[in-house]
Design a protein around this ligand. Structure first.
Ligand SMILES: Cc1cc2nc3c(=O)[nH]c(=O)nc-3n(C[C@H](O)[C@H](O)[C@H](O)COP(=O)(O)O)c2cc1C
Length: 372
């Protein structure tokens, strides 16, 4: 396998981030990128919601918003790929420029605002993907991240209708679904994390999923922000457990500028991702693991830039992890490196599988057992 990133990466970073992203998608679409998906160490296997993840490293939402490069991403070695966020109707998102690199901190700020080709285009691409690649073997787990249109948001009911439409349109084509209420770039979206609206939203999307009577109904995960106050996080955990969602993705980007406030680009509006997000999002992850007593599988995302970061997320309570921003700076080699070093960390600490180490930091060792 030849790693082209040392040559291609610096060239890409001479372009503005959105153009670099478009070129990267174009390169991946050619299918000529080398395969980096060797057999994964059996220690890294994860079985969750009846799905088999060959390894815990996932591509986070926002990279392949329109499901254009699923197979090439699996070839880079990801155990899961999450496409989206997809909105019901196509929409352009915010005006450019809307994405900024902060290389000093291996960070980014984006305010894309859900630029999306819409449900119909996504459904067609997912159907084509399943037809071409999945009839024979399953390279990994495919998630679909759902959002809502910018201008269908006058009431909670309108927002809920957008997510319900996503479930009806795309549930049969996804291994798991994500309800994304945590992007800072769609006005009002994050208020759907409040107890009342959140309960209504989750009850309705779960009912829609069950209404479809699919042979394999996809688990429903909630993706949350890293900026929730302690009491709001407790409410989210309580609602999630009460209504019976299947897991949470922790976290989206932050509106905080802590760690980058000295940099000129910190004034740009949008969500901050990458290294400066790591501590905040890992703290939220650990809190949520404790609040849910380890009963709800969690996906840890936010600022992972090394194998040690990935392991720290798992020990804080993540059963799976995802990355985005660090790939911009380090390339896909990071996926391989995480998969190479994780088994070494696990053996060093006396674990025989990844599953055993989940939440070790939050509760001492192994899975948290609720008292009684
Ligand atoms: C350019 C960019 C676009 C993103 N778009 C989405 C999106 O459409 N939906 C979503 O749920 N998260 C989106 N995210 C958030 C990521 O999925 C992830 O939660 C966040 O960036 C933290 O991970 P990281 O520090 O590894 O990048 C986006 C992130 C970036 C950098």
């Amino acid at each position: 396998m030849i790693d082209l990133f040392p040559v291609v990466g610096p060239l890409l970073r001479r372009l503005d981030p959105e153009s670099a992203h478009a070129v990267t998608l174009g390169l991946l679409r050619t299918g000529l990128t080398p395969s980096m998906a060797g057999a994964d160490d059996p220690m890294l296997r994860m079985r969750l919601w009846g799905l088999d993840f060959p390894n815990p490293v996932g591509m986070a939402a926002g990279f392949d918003k329109n499901a254009e490069v699923i197979a090439p991403l699996f070839r880079l070695g990801f155990g899961a790929v999450e496409v989206g966020t997809v909105t019901p109707q196509p929409q352009p998102g915010n005006p450019r420029p809307r994405c900024f690199r902060l290389p000093e901190q291996q960070a980014m700020i984006n305010r894309y605002g859900f630029n999306s080709h819409g449900h119909q285009a996504m459904a067609a691409r997912l159907a084509a993907y399943h037809y071409r690649y999945r009839r024979f073997r399953r390279p990994g787990v495919l998630g679909v991240n759902l959002g809502r249109n910018k201008d269908s948001a006058d009431s909670v009911a309108d927002s809920v209708a957008d997510y319900v439409a996503g479930v009806y349109q795309l549930a049969a084509l996804a291994d798991y679904l994500v309800i994304n209420v945590s992007s800072p770039n769609t006005p009002g979206l994050r208020t759907l994390q409040d107890r009342g609206p959140l309960t209504e939203l989750l009850v309705r999307v779960l009912a829609a999923r069950d209404d479809l009577c699919l042979k394999r109904p996809p688990p429903l995960l909630l993706k949350i922000a890293p900026d929730l106050a302690d009491e709001d996080l407790a409410a989210v955990a309580e609602v999630g457990l009460a209504v019976g969602i299947d897991g949470m993705i922790v976290t989206n980007t932050t509106v905080s500028r802590s760690g980058v406030d000295h940099l000129p680009l910190a004034v740009e509006a949008g969500g901050l991702s990458g290294r400066p997000l790591f501590e905040r999002s890992t703290r939220v992850l650990g809190s949520l693991y404790r609040l849910t007593a380890g009963k709800l599988p969690l996906v840890g995302v936010g600022g992972i830039a090394s194998p040690a970061d990935a392991y720290a997320k798992i020990r804080a309570g993540a059963s799976l992890i995802q990355l985005y921003t660090a790939l911009v700076y380090q390339g896909p080699q990071l996926v391989r490196e995480i998969k190479r070093q994780l088994p070494e960390f696990l053996k060093r600490d006396g674990f025989t599988s990844l599953a055993e180490s989940v939440g070790a930091e939050s509760v001492g060792a192994g899975h948290f057992q609720a008292p009684g």
